[in-house]
Design a protein around this ligand. Structure first.
Ligand code: AP5
Length: 220
């Protein structure tokens, strides 16, 4: 399965991508995680990426595309992937289609997670993430068993620099302007499946897997 997850910041893409990847036995590919990894190395490219991320702006397409190309060329991504946070712009969507067409593949489905803005702000303000396994926690609704420690691997959790209120507002604006047009892009190709992102993580997962399992010709 080659799955694209669309949806605003805080919609639950990362949370569900981890679970979908386990279920369909494909890697979870998050450009946000890849960029945060690059930023941590404090190289020239990392510092450039950080300057955009800290302001809630998108990192330039050419840099993100280069990183994605490298990731999708790895062996585990040959069988499929769950793409989280990519594509974010029309040129990224077109480039992804081209990369896949070169190896005889295509996107199977684009799931569009829909969540009201008030809930997004609440979720992002209460988010903690694991740097090791990528799992996210809602510190209000589903906190870890031990304070700020990942249930799965015991790593200390962190809160993201871009989850400050002013950056959240900026990211939501960028989403509306630059990423929302992708809904039509995938709709025009018959690949879009809107999914209600409200409710418990299990409820949302069930809606997403129902949508995926209804894709004609789906290969698990
Ligand atoms: P990225 O890391 O992709 O962030 P984002 O798209 O803004 O999305 P988030 O990770 O904030 O939200 P999410 O939808 O994954 O929600 P989550 O599951 O964590 O990008 C960060 C930055 O990197 C960008 O601003 C940009 O600068 C750059 N970037 C990345 N990709 C790029 C690209 N392709 N091009 C250019 N630049 C790029 O959930 C949020 C919270 O809600 C968590 O606490 C979670 O536990 C909780 N939650 C989730 N589901 C539920 C539920 N059902 N009930 C209760 N709580 C829930």
């Amino acid at each position: 399965m080659r799955i694209v997850l669309l949806g605003p910041p805080g919609a639950g893409k990362g949370t569900q991508a981890v679970r979908l990847a386990e279920r369909y036995e494909v890697p979870h590919v998050s450009t946000g995680d890849i960029l945060r990894f690059v930023v941590a190395w404090k190289t020239e490219i990392g510092l450039l990426a950080k300057s955009y991320m800290d302001e809630g702006e998108l990192v330039p397409d050419d840099l993100v595309l280069e990183l994605l190309r490298i990731r999708l060329a790895q062996d585990d991504a040959r069988v499929g992937f769950v793409l989280d946070g990519f594509p974010r712009t029309l040129p990224q969507a077109e480039a992804l289609d081209k990369i896949l067409a070169e190896i005889g593949h295509a996107i199977d489905v684009a799931l569009d997670l829909r969540v009201p803005t008030e809930l997004i702000v609440l979720r992002l303000s209460a988010r903690a993430s694991c740097p090791t396994c990528g799992r996210t926690y809602n510190l209000l609704a589903s906190p870890p068993k031990e304070d700020m420690i990942c249930n799965r691997d015991g790593s200390p959790l962190f809160q993201r620099d871009d989850d400050r209120p002013e950056v959240i507002t900026q990211r939501l604006g960028v989403f509306q302007r630059q990423t929302f047009p992708l809904v039509k892009y995938y709709e025009d190709r018959g690949l879009l499946r809107p999914v209600d992102g409200q409710g418990s993580e299990d409820e949302v997962l069930e809606r997403m897997t129902d949508a995926i399992d209804a894709v004609p010709g789906k290969v698990r």
